[in-house]
Design a protein around this ligand. Structure first.
Ligand code: F6R
Length: 600
């Protein structure tokens, strides 16, 4: 939530900052702004989308070889010009951009007001430049003043700071919000996320909690905020390419990423065997196993719950991260697997912190190298989906499911549960990327037409059983978050316990009829909603038997029941995408949402 960028070097800073901001727009997009230093502080900012603001305020033409920028997802104060970042101190010599929340801002604001400082915005951020100025007035250097100010801030923050008094440096501060430093030749980049700087460098330094860094063109000096002690850190090289963060001929990142799923699954299935074995042993060594995750990652965890139960007879408690503290019972015999594509989701980081505090062991499955979750985990596992730019998670879901299915097969083998089935399942899993490609090609045109017919819908219900249940939760999430149509996914067996009352003449119901023992029961549920007048769209394993009974049939090639989520999710994602585009909305940037939810 919120993206921040910085640059110091010998090239004009503004075009570099602007380009980086555009690449970070998925982190927030209600307002944006930039500050550069050229004899004085040049600041331009406004409410709205970056591209519009850039045109109106000529952001790319701002002078100077050093600066910072921000794209906002409002927390304190409505989206407006005055609340947009950068924020300045009263003397207009210091500019600050901030991602996160300063929890003690009202206390600090009162203190600064008592010292004669005035505030223009409603944000928590504005206390920061003024607090820095307060220490500068005491004759301290910029670096020292930033350190003193950072020590007094409570909450989560990633900050970038520039000052006209020391126009050769950008200072970065990190506490619980991500910040990456990119190393170029005689230039240094700063951003909340790696994709923002891939065009320029793949050599990065990840700033850790409680650290600050002074960025000058030739040097980066990292220090501990509390003690001021210098920190030595070797840069790491990321293997993502700049093209991975481009649309590559697709009209939207969402569509590109849906179509990249076969590759995301293929690459993730090549994850090191040793890592999987370690994770399998980690889970088997525990008395109790929890998976914690949010949103789409939670749905991937639910798919894994079915696979682990059926293949390996391993019971797993799957918890939404923000609820974990309420009911998780933890001790040193507990294993927690945190599933988070970004590795930065505050609710999941919090769940992990509480698990660790209780002595539990933590593993993570993430898509982002060096993300916060990796620094909190005893065991780190990666999916290989490449950078996901669209706010909605698609290919990272497929990658998580693929990884966890492989884990289930490994666990089954370790526990001696799958017998000879193990090799057959492994072989079938390897073929899935090709089948996914087939499904994409086959269902895309059909779903596009169907989406047109669903444009006027007010509600869309989804029903499924077994692994079909997490699938319909995920399908409903995709539909509601980008189309804005109310959508609900539920176990088909639950319909009769209440929701059936909602089904009337013409109500769209998507029945996800996955293969397996539950299939026949699903067919009965289709009849049940049909009898109430529902307009039934069946996404079915083969489904010839259903053709006469439903209004629309999307037929999926037969696969092993537990693998079916990787195929069945495709039409659901495409449906959400095409309805959204049909309504003239932007699927990459749904209203009120942001990728990397770094607030609780
Ligand atoms: C939905 C979506 C969110 C995320 C959730 C968790 O399309 O993207 O529901 O899945 O915010 O994010 P991660 O996996 O980064 O922890």
């Amino acid at each position: 939530m919120c993206g921040i960028v910085g640059y110091v070097g010998s090239r004009p800073a503004a075009p570099i900052l602007l380009e980086a901001l555009k690449r970070l727009e998925y982190r927030g997009y209600d307002s944006a702004g930039m500050a550069t230093v050229f004899q004085k502080l040049v600041v331009r900012k406004d409410r709205g989308r970056i591209a519009d603001i850039a045109r109106r305020l000529k952001l790319a033409e701002m002078p100077g070889n050093l600066g910072l920028g921000h794209t906002r997802w409002a927390t304190h104060g409505e989206p407006s010009r005055v609340n947009a970042h950068p924020h300045l101190d009263n003397s207009k010599k210091i500019a600050v951009v901030h991602n996160g929340i300063i929890e003690n801002y009202s206390e600090l604001r009162k203190f600064l007001q008592s010292q004669g400082y005035r505030f223009a915005s409603e944000t928590d951020t504005e206390v920061v430049p003024n607090l820095i100025s307060y220490f500068l007035r005491q004759g301290k250097s910029l670096e020292r003043s930033v350190r003193e100010a950072a020590r007094r801030l409570k909450g989560s923050f990633a900050l970038a700071i520039v000052s006209v008094e020391e126009p050769d440096r950008v200072i970065a501060v990190r506490q619980d919000s991500p910040l990456i430093i990119g190393l170029g030749n005689g230039e240094v980049f700063l951003a909340s996320d790696i994709p923002a700087m891939l065009q320029h460098t793949k050599r990065v330094l990840v700033l850790e909690n409680g650290e600050m860094a002074v960025l000058t063109p030739e040097r980066v000096v990292i220090k501990k905020i509390n003690s001021g002690a210098a920190v030595e850190r070797e840069p790491m090289t990321v293997n993502w390419t700049a093209e991975m963060a481009e649309k590559g001929g697709y009209p939207h990142f969402t569509l590109k990423e849906i179509h990249q799923q076969p590759e995301a699954v293929r690459d993730t299935l090549l994850a090191p065997e040793e890592e999987l074995k370690k994770l399998a042993r980690f889970l088997l060594g525990a008395r109790r196993v929890y998976f914690v995750a949010c949103g789409t990652s939670y749905h991937a965890a639910l798919v894994a719950k079915y696979a682990l139960a059926k293949l390996a007879e391993l019971p797993v408690e799957v918890m939404i991260s923000s609820e974990f503290g309420e009911v998780g019972s933890l001790d040193d015999k507990t294993a927690v697997l945190a599933i988070t594509q970004s590795g930065e989701t505050a609710d999941t980081l919090k769940a992990v912190a509480s698990a660790k505090a209780a002595g539990a062991k933590v593993a993570c499955l993430t898509n982002v190298v060096g993300s916060s979750i990796t620094r909190m985990s005893d065991l780190i596992c990666y999916t290989y989906a490449g950078p996901e730019i669209s706010v909605v998670a698609t290919k990272t879901f497929a990658a998580q499911v693929a990884y966890l299915l492989r884990l289930a097969i490994n666990l089954a083998k370790l526990r001696g549960r799958s017998g000879s089935k193990h090799n057959k399942l492994t072989a079938e899993l390897k073929e899935l990327p090709d089948v996914m490609r087939e499904v994409l090609a086959k269902v895309d045109p059909q779903v596009k037409k169907l989406a047109g017919r669903l444009l006027p819908a007010n509600d869309i219900y989804l029903i499924g059983r077994g692994v079909g249940y997490p699938l319909v939760l995920e399908g409903a999430l995709k539909i509601k978050e980008i189309t804005y149509i109310h959508s609900e996914g539920m176990p088909a067996g639950e319909l009769k316990h209440g929701t059936l009352a909602q089904i009337e003449e013409g109500t769209p119901v998507i029945a996800v009829v996955t293969p397996g023992e539950m299939r026949l029961k699903m067919v009965s549920n289709v009849e049940e909603v049909k009898a109430r007048g529902a307009r039934v769209i069946a996404i079915a394993d083969n489904g010839k038997d259903l053709r006469e009974h439903v209004d629309e049939l999307i037929s999926i090639p037969h696969t092993e029941e537990l693998f079916s989520p990787l195929l069945f999710i495709i039409p659901l994602q495409l449906l959400a995408y095409y309805i959204t585009v049909g309504k003239g909305q932007d699927p990459d940037r749904p209203r009120s949402l942001a990728k990397s939810v770094t607030v609780e």
